[in-house]
Ligand binder design. Structure first.
Ligand SMILES: NC(=O)c1ccc[n+]([C@@H]2O[C@H](COP(=O)([O-])OP(=O)(O)OC[C@H]3O[C@@H](n4cnc5c(N)ncnc54)[C@H](OP(=O)(O)O)[C@@H]3O)[C@@H](O)[C@H]2O)c1
Length: 285
């Protein structure tokens, strides 16, 4: 019997990875879900998954939660700026617990990516490499759902703004990345680096057209300099830090950082990524 564990299990990616493991034949009782909020984990417990309370900031909880775990999916923390020490805590605990294989959700092209978000992923990747743990890197591209967040305002105003210029991006649904993570955990290959990107390559005008298709009205793309896009986001109520990250990421996308010709996502899953329009429709439901 193999025991799997998934961090961030009360979040979108971790929860979907657990669903994908179960869909791929793993018994819920062989899955340990890491949660820091007991109440949020109720649906997981009801599904028969073993819930253990663990907080990246509290190493003693990680030591206890990793007991008996064979393969771990370390879902990167959402707490940008705190992630490297948090991930180190998990990696240290995994080493102490003798975990056999770790898959870490990194960022597409993390080793060369110009995105500010890449730095903590590079640091975590390096720490994993030094840990001696058998591991694989799941370098996730952009979630299609990130664009869904812009859709209502874009549909309302008829304008989708961004800073990606004429570049293409290859987003995939969060559930696609989760499914790929489950597949990678089920067939562990130490040392593998998966560059995970969607099967469609879209420009931002294509994304505006997809919003228009969903809304049944025209939506056009307006390209802005990164600083202007950031100011527009702040003006729309996005907190300064998040606006800095989003606008910087679009600037990286303009350099091609959110596109890849890799077919690792489709190969791991055994099927192409969810069509973009379908992923946006589902996210807006
Ligand atoms: N590639 C992309 O486009 C993209 C987009 C967004 C995020 N990401 C990255 O991918 C990760 C997974 O995405 P997601 O959509 O699943 O994010 P999410 O829905 O925000 O889930 C994050 C998970 O991390 C948990 N968490 C946060 N702080 C923690 C801590 N100190 N100790 C233990 N657990 C903690 C959360 O627990 P609670 O439920 O208790 O808050 C939640 O379960 C994100 O965390 C971020 O690093 C990537």
């Amino acid at each position: 019997m193999t025991t799997f564990a998934v961090t961030g299990a009360t979040g979108g990616l971790g929860g979907a990875a657990i669903s994908a493991l179960i869909a791929r034949g793993v018994a819920p009782s062989d899955i340990v879900a890491f949660a820091r909020d007991d109440a949020k984990a109720t649906p997981l417990r009801e599904a028969g998954v073993v819930v253990r309370l663990a907080d990246y900031e509290r190493p003693e909880t990680l030591d206890a939660a990793l007991g008996g775990v064979d393969r771990l999916l370390l879902v990167s923390s959402p707490e940008v700026g705190k992630r490297t020490p948090q991930h180190r805590n998990v990696i240290d605990a995994a080493r102490k617990a003798g975990v056999g294989f770790v898959a870490y959700t990194s960022l597409l092209g993390a080793d060369t990516s110009p995105l500010m978000l890449a730095a903590e992923h590079r640091e975590t990747e390096a720490y994993l490499a030094d840990s001696g743990l058998d591991h694989a890197l799941l370098r996730n591209g952009w979630y299609s759902e990130n664009y869904a967040a812009s859709a209502p305002a874009a549909i309302d105003s008829g304008v989708f703004a961004g800073s990606a210029g004429a570049a293409v991006v290859a987003p995939a649904a969060r559930a696609d990345y989760a499914d790929a993570a489950a597949a990678a955990l089920l067939a562990p290959e130490a040392g593998r680096v998966y560059e995970l990107a969607g099967s469609q390559h879209l420009t931002y005008p294509d994304i505006a057209a997809a919003f228009g298709e969903i809304a049944g009205k025209p939506v056009r793309y307006q390209d802005l300099p990164v600083a202007d896009y950031k100011a527009a986001l702040v003006g729309a109520g996005v907190p300064e830090g998040a606006a800095a990250v989003f606008s910087d990421s679009d600037g990286g996308a303009a350099q091609g950082a959110l596109d890849s010709s890799s077919t690792d996502l489709a190969d791991l899953r055994g099927s192409p990524s969810t069509p973009f329009v379908e992923a946006i429709r589902a996210a807006l439901r």
